[in-house]
Ligand binder design. Structure first.
Ligand code: IPE
Ligand code: IPE
Ligand code: MG
Length: 251
């Protein structure tokens, strides 16, 4: 009987390769305002508590195998908020960079940024330039701050950059492929995010990493960002490890 001659292995289900380690984690740090409102506090206190949550995640990340951590800190749409909140956010950013850069450097963290940085006010821009220069040699973790960041804005800026190269006669339009385009984005040189976490229960991308998240796995939690801790992070990474990434193929 031919069936009896089948190798034993064929009867077993094929080993499912798990997604494994997250090299690049992206986080939409959402829910700061609601966290504060629930406590009867001003929204800015939620942003302050959000910085503490970020500190916890940055400390835990390298030990969990993460090499790049991209966090959505201020979107191109967040300018629509009242001026007082925008000013408070910019102030907290400056405070964070001045206060935390030495400790981050000591932990081997390299600070980088994506977004339309020229559109930031002078103070945060200067603090960022200083923090990036100060930590440029660090190799344990890239902390990539998305500031005045919008996925659409980034794609338009990349298109403009390539168009300028074409207009100057330095680039053949036919040479523009996906790799070339990706290299013109703010995230040039970084791997694409393996996992995207959004806190606060919202289930949308809100203009974050539109190009880069084409095949990123999502993990959504109702936990408000200021309450997010190491156990939430471990839960997300465990869920990721059991995913099967197929990229349109059959896995
Ligand atoms: C995320 O928290 C931080 C920023 C957008 C800067 P929110 O401020 O959006 O908090 P909620 O969504 O209002 O609770
Ligand atoms: C996304 O959160 C931006 C950041 C976390 C910085 P928002 O709170 O601005 O997003 P929407 O408005 O709820 O989509
Ligand atoms: Mg929000």
């Amino acid at each position: 009987m031919p069936l009896a001659n089948k190798p034993a292995e064929a009867a077993r289900p094929a080993a499912r390769s798990s997604a494994g380690r997250v090299r690049h984690l992206a986080i939409i740090m959402d829910g700061n305002g609601r966290w504060a409102e629930r406590r009867g506090l001003p929204r800015v206190e939620g942003h302050r508590a959000g910085i503490e949550a970020l500190r916890r995640v940055v400390e835990a990340a390298p030990g969990l195998g993460i090499e790049v951590l991209t966090v959505y800190a201020f979107s191109t749409e967040n300018w629509r908020r009242p001026k007082a909140e925008v000013d408070a956010l910019m102030g907290l950013l400056v405070e964070f960079l001045h206060a935390e850069t030495p400790a981050l450097k000591a932990q081997g963290v390299r600070i980088q940024a994506i977004g339309d940085l020229a559109g930031l006010p002078p103070q945060p821009r200067a603090a960022l330039a200083w923090a990036m220069a100060e930590t440029r040699e660090q190799k344990r973790l890239v902390l990539n701050l998305a500031l005045n960041y919008g996925g659409r804005s980034e794609i338009v800026r990349a298109a403009r950059k390539l168009a300028r190269e074409v207009a100057a006669g330095r680039l053949d339009p036919e040479a523009i492929d996906e790799d070339r385009f990706a290299a013109a984005l703010d995230t040039a040189g970084l791997p694409e995010p393996d996992l995207l976490i959004r806190a606060s229960g919202e289930e949308r991308l809100s203009n974050f990493l539109l190009w880069q998240c084409a095949y990123t796995e999502f993990w959504l939690t109702s936990t408000l960002w200021p309450d997010f801790d190491r156990s939430d992070l471990e839960m997300a990474l465990d869920a990721y490890a059991n995913r099967q990434r197929r990229y349109g193929g059959l896995g």
